[in-house]
Design a binder for this molecule. Structure first.
Ligand SMILES: [Ca+2]
Ligand SMILES: [Ca+2]
Length: 78
């Protein structure tokens, strides 16, 4: 029983960090000028985010930070 719990927690931790890495990779891929923010022209491959830009730009600085992008992705999981 104990072993099963350990295996379960390890696999959970692994999948969480894999997801975090995936978000960062997607973000870096979109952030073409590497300034750490996504602006309108960088979000052309993400029309879903672009059409709701105001909604995801929580601090309204007209750019999407990594944490704002993360929130967008976690709210759009199927
Ligand atoms: Ca950028
Ligand atoms: Ca913002």
């Amino acid at each position: 029983m104990k072993i099963i719990l350990i295996i379960l927690s390890v696999s959970l931790a692994t999948s969480f960090s894999a997801m975090a890495l995936d978000v960062k990779q997607r973000f870096d891929h979109l952030d073409s000028n590497k300034d750490g923010y996504l602006t309108h022209n960088e979000l052309e491959p993400q029309p879903q985010l672009l059409s709701n830009f105001k909604r995801w730009d929580k601090n309204q600085d007209n750019k999407i930070s990594l944490s704002e992008f993360k929130r967008f992705l976690t709210n759009n999981l199927d």
